[in-house]
Design a binder for this molecule. Structure first.
Ligand SMILES: [Zn+2]
Length: 322
């Protein structure tokens, strides 16, 4: 994807996403301009605007030693290269979804914004010696994340909050995830409309590759845009992961789309991603799975499968257009 940081450049007083800019130029959709300063959390007001779905991406803390991997120039700042790339991947994924929808004259009045949010430090409790304070479970991490977001007044009822964390050794969080009742963006019967999800960029960077980092960042974000009713309405899929694809592009190469990420290979260490996902999946029910016999190269793409694009489109239609 071409680099275009205009949508999220720190310090810009007026910000507009590339999607919105394209929509404004093409005149095919409502363009939404939001006034915001670099250090001000504007979610509480801007998120209520009709036709706007927001994804706010929060960088977590990255230890000094880990930053050295990216050179001396990255010892400061909140957005080291893997975080920047994760954010760009999420943006690109939604561009794919909206392009798919608009080719079919759907979601024409809906805008999606992906924003950099101020950093979130989810530090261990200084007074507790419980396992959750040393090595937080996904549930504990999401709980603390939600607390921070709520304290900032950033809950809007229609925003997806994504925490990019750096916990390569935290097997309890794994590559990340989201949990009910805050696992769906947009109002439904169980949640309050704000979804929270975690992508463990530290794990994908240390154990896998930048391509897996991008793929997982999209994966954990799109989980919150794939409600159960939508997933069940698509083909044979029973769970979100089956909307992904694993396509054999050469005799020994498998190309894997975001929702299939850690589920496309055999259930063993190093079968595709270093660690296999622990959620549900069945290769026979994938939108497409060409089998992994003889596969030596695992290629991870940022392009959601057509089935995934359809799923996210339906979700946006059902939760944001009615
Ligand atoms: Zn998943």
């Amino acid at each position: 994807m071409p680099e275009d940081r205009s949508a999220i450049s720190a310090g810009s007083r007026w910000r507009v996403t590339r999607r919105e800019a394209l929509a404004a130029v093409g005149g095919s959709a409502v363009s939404v301009w939001t006034r915001s300063g670099p250090a001000v959390d504007t979610a509480a007001t801007a998120g209520h605007r009709d036709g706007l779905v927001r994804i706010r991406v929060y960088p977590g803390a990255v230890p000094f030693r880990a930053r050295l991997r990216y050179g001396l120039g990255e010892l400061r700042g909140n957005w080291p290269p893997p975080f920047r790339d994760a954010l760009a991947a999420i943006e690109a994924a939604f561009e794919h979804v909206l392009a798919y929808a608009r080719e079919r004259s759907r979601l024409e009045d809906l805008a999606v914004r992906v924003d950099r949010a101020p950093p979130i430090r989810v530090s261990p409790s200084a007074t507790s010696l419980s396992a959750d304070s040393v090595l937080p479970s996904l549930e504990a991490l999401l709980g603390r994340f939600r607390e921070r977001v709520r304290n900032r007044g950033a809950l809007t009822g229609r925003t997806c909050h994504v925490l990019l964390c750096w916990s390569p050794l935290n097997y309890r969080v794994g590559y990340g995830g989201t949990l009910a009742p805050n696992s769906v963006t947009g109002l439904d019967d169980g949640g309050d409309g704000d979804a929270l999800t975690v992508a463990n960029v530290g794990a994908t960077e240390v154990w896998d590759s930048r391509a897996v980092t991008r793929n997982i960042a999209i994966h954990e974000t799109l989980h919150t845009f794939l409600s159960d009713d939508v997933v069940r309405s698509i083909g044979d899929a029973y769970c979100d992961h089956e909307l992904g694809t694993a396509v054999r592009t050469a005799e020994n190469t498998l190309r894997i789309s975001p929702m299939a990420t850690a589920y496309a290979g055999p259930d063993r260490i190093g079968g595709g991603t270093r660690f296999h996902g622990t959620g549900c999946y069945d290769h026979d029910r994938f939108a497409r799975h060409d089998g992994h016999d003889g596969i030596e190269n695992w290629a991870y793409t940022i392009e959601p499968s057509e089935t995934t694009r359809e799923g996210v489109t339906r979700h946006l239609e059902r939760r944001f257009e009615t």
